[in-house]
Each structure stands twice: as C-alpha cells, then as structure tokens.
Design a protein around this ligand. Structure first.
Ligand code: ADP
Ligand code: MG
Length: 212
C-alpha cells in the first residue's frame, strides 16, 4: 500500500501548510494508523520502533485539541530523559510554528527549579518534561494540571525501566479524569501493559512491526 498524504486527515489549512513546509508530505505507517483515532479524541497505545515518526502523532494531536486562548497547561508530555524532552519540545515548536502564540515549556532536572516556576507563572500551553521534575513542581504547587486535555507518555517502556513509575502515577492522578491519554513505546511488554492499563480509557491499540 502506498502511503497516504496528510491531506487525508481532517486537519486545518494552517497545519497542512506547515507540514508541507516541514517536508512532511506522506504519513509514516504509525502516523497513518494512529492519527485517525487521535484526532477523534480516542485514547491510544502506539508501538513502533525508534525513528518511525511517533512525535508528530502526538504533536499533531496536541495542537488539534489545544485552545490557544484557553487557560492553563492543556498538554503534558512525559519523557524519560532531558535530551528526549528537548527533542520533543523542538519538534512541537516546529509543528506549532504557524501559531506564534503557542508556548511550549520544557521542565527537566539538573537546573534550578525557581526560573522554571517563574516561566510557569507566565503561562504555557504545553509542558514537556521528565517525571521527577514534573512531580517536584506539582509538590511545590508551581504546576497545576487540572486543565490538561491531552496527556502523553512518550517512550513509556524506558520511563518504566528508569524507575519513574511512582512519579507517573502521581502525575496521572493530578490530571483530569476525562483527558485524552496517548502512550508511545518501542516495546510494549506485559508488565508495562499491566502497569499502565489504569491510565487509559478504552484505548485504540496500534502496532507497526519492524520491517526486515
Ligand atoms: P520516533 O519518536 O518514532 O522515534 P520521531 O518522531 O523522532 O520518531 O521522528 C523521526 C524523524 O522522522 C524526525 O526527524 C522527524 O522529523 C521525521 N518525520 C516524522 N514524520 C515524518 C513524515 N511524515 N515525513 C517525513 N519525515 C518525518
Ligand atoms: Mg520518540
């Protein structure tokens, strides 16, 4: 089957034009299988190897659901490491390039909390961070998640390997129950499946097997 163009999706003209500018013309396999569910508001478990374009699945989904004039943090992305959080934030800013008023804030460890808290006070539509640092801000009351519409667990297998499970449970509980939850992983073994089942509501499950 030949890949479908992004114009097959119910996306706004601005997003379609931006994807063209980025050189994203055809969807990757995981994008083609996942995005119809994501854009309908379904929860999702998506499994595909590294480099298959998973960031744009949740990036396009986050931006689709976001209200630029709305209040509070509307999108939260959890990543296992600072480097990955920086990469994800970079990709989200590229995808949001046409909407200059959308603010993406990175919250990761290894730097002081106070400047991050000051940035949060100025407002952010989307926060990308590591579980430990997100939990620190929640505990200090510098971050509120009660307006989150979309929660993303990126590289869920690695986050669980790194022992972030307890932090993730606390963060998920701080988000509204009626949010959309999207989980991405390169592998999805049974222990992670069981550990994360409570986070998702009737998720669509999409897998793209590695091509040999
Ligand atoms: P993953 O999270 O699955 O490891 P990424 O989201 O990091 O993969 O994407 C890998 C690379 O593919 C990135 O450089 C990204 O810019 C590029 N990419 C994603 N989707 C498309 C697309 N539809 N067309 C062309 N390039 C794409
Ligand atoms: Mg990724």
């Amino acid at each position: 089957m030949s890949p479908l163009p992004f114009t097959n999706l119910p996306l706004g003209a601005g997003m379609l034009a931006n994807l063209t500018t980025l050189g994203y013309l055809e969807m990757t396999a995981i994008q083609e299988k996942s995005l119809p569910y994501v854009l309908k508001g379904r929860d999702l478990i998506a499994q595909a190897k590294t480099g298959s374009g998973k960031t744009a699945v949740f990036g396009i989904g986050l931006l689709h659901t976001l209200d630029p004039g709305g209040f509070g943090v509307q999108g939260l992305v959890l990543c296992p490491t600072r480097e990955l959080a920086d990469q994800v934030a970079h990709e989200l800013r590229r995808l949001a390039r046409r909407e200059s008023n959308i603010k993406v804030l990175t919250l990761t460890g290894g730097v002081p909390l106070r400047p991050q808290a000051a940035s949060l006070e100025h407002g952010a539509h989307i926060v990308v961070g590591t579980p430990g640092r997100i939990r620190d801000h929640l505990n200090r009351g510098t971050l509120k998640l009660d307006h989150v519409r979309t929660l993303v667990l990126d590289e869920a297998d690695r986050m669980t390997d790194l022992g972030f499970y307890d932090e993730i449970v606390g963060i998920v509980r701080a988000c509204p129950p009626q949010r959309q939850t999207l989980l991405f992983s390169a592998t999805y073994p049974n222990d992670i499946r069981q550990a994360t089942a409570n986070f998702l509501h009737d998720p669509a499950e999409v897998t793209v097997e590695a091509q040999h």
